[in-house]
Design a protein around this ligand. Structure first.
Ligand SMILES: Nc1ncnc2c1ncn2[C@@H]1O[C@H](COP(=O)(O)OP(=O)(O)OP(=O)(O)O)[C@@H](O)[C@H]1O
Length: 302
């Protein structure tokens, strides 16, 4: 067990080139269920849980409306710095809506309204005066389906940096650093100028993570980032999350309770637009305080 943990630590801190998971990647569709189970057993967020981590974004009394329809009710949820917070709950309970309030993506939907506060670095994300372009650089997002631009791998990652007017030298450096950060560099370094659309689904999703990392965000929002991926590609993203959280605050929406317990430090359970309970993940799954949470995690509904 101890050896396994040491191996895990070495793997996470070392260069991705030598990681066992990358060996698995070369046979992406042939790994056995036991390979998956063995590697998943090595994720252990309880070892990196920091129950007293500072609050990176403090959401207080958030309400959200699609026109007349209320989708979030009085949600208060502190998002802890350099920890992974998972949002779980049945379909339609408001997880994605909540996530999208955090970088104002809901603004793109007409007739929506947010009330309450989400305090980030002493300002309220929900304030009309918030500069959403800057906000979205600081709070990046990765979507359910990988959505690379129909451009080269390099151009995908460079995109935000070009918009920011960075010099070619800085862009080149940051593209490499971001691809390394997203555990993709070794797989694409020899074909940076080829189309991103030629990558596998898992590689495309890591490219989208690299694109988000390039503009140096502080928070990463992930909306079911593995739902379109096969088990091995999923595993790579999960391992990447456990690595990225050393430097970023991460919020992940997931339908998959096993995934929440594999990668997250804190979990919030939503039901019908309300946050029923938030707690360290291990507590929420092993000792839920609310009956609704217990019913959900024991599979009685949802
Ligand atoms: N663009 C929209 N216009 C109107 N209502 C919406 C819109 N998007 C979501 N809703 C509604 O808001 C509620 C919350 O949806 P949301 O997508 O946030 O839930 P979710 O928990 O993320 O669901 P899922 O797990 O299925 O993705 C649902 O009743 C949904 O139908």
């Amino acid at each position: 067990m101890e050896n396994q943990h040491q191996e895990r630590t070495r793997v996470v801190e070392g260069n991705y080139q030598v990681r066992p998971l990358d060996q698995m990647g070369s046979r992406e569709n042939t790994a056995t269920a036991s390979d998956v189970a063995r590697h998943m057993g090595e994720f252990d967020p309880t070892k990196t849980l920091n129950a007293s981590a500072g609050t990176k974004v403090d959401v207080r009394n958030a309400n959200f409306f699609y026109g007349p329809k209320q989708a979030l009710y009085d949600v208060s949820l502190p998002l802890r710095e350099r920890q992974v917070t998972a949002l779980i709950g049945p379909s339609g309970c408001g997880k994605s809506t909540f996530l999208r309030t955090l970088n104002r993506m809901n603004d793109l939907i007409p007739n929506t309204r947010t009330e309450g506060e989400a305090i980030f670095d002493n300002f309220n994300i929900y304030d009309k005066k918030t500069d959403v372009v800057l906000l979205r650089q600081r709070i990046g997002m990765v979507f359910q389906r990988p959505n690379p631009f129909p451009k080269s791998i390099f151009e995908n990652v460079a995109y935000g940096l070009k918009v920011q007017g960075k010099s070619p030298k800085v862009i080149k450096e940051r593209v490499e650093a971001s691809l390394r950060g997203a555990a993709l560099w070794d797989e694409v370094k020899d074909r940076l100028n080829t189309s991103a659309l030629g990558l596998s689904g898992g590689q495309q999703q890591r490219l989208c993570i690299a694109r988000a990392l390039a503009v140096e965000p502080e928070v990463l929002l992930m909306d079911e980032p593995c739902s379109a991926l096969d088990p091995i590609a999923t595993l790579k993203i999960e391992e990447l999350i456990t690595d990225l959280v050393k430097n970023y605050t991460i919020v992940i929406v997931t339908h998959n309770m096993q995934q929440a317990s594999r990668v997250s430090h804190f979990t919030g359970f939503f039901l019908s637009g309300k946050l029923i309970e938030v707690a360290p993940t291990v507590n929420l799954f092993e000792r839920p305080r609310q009956k609704e949470t217990e019913d959900y995690i024991s599979g009685r509904f949802g």
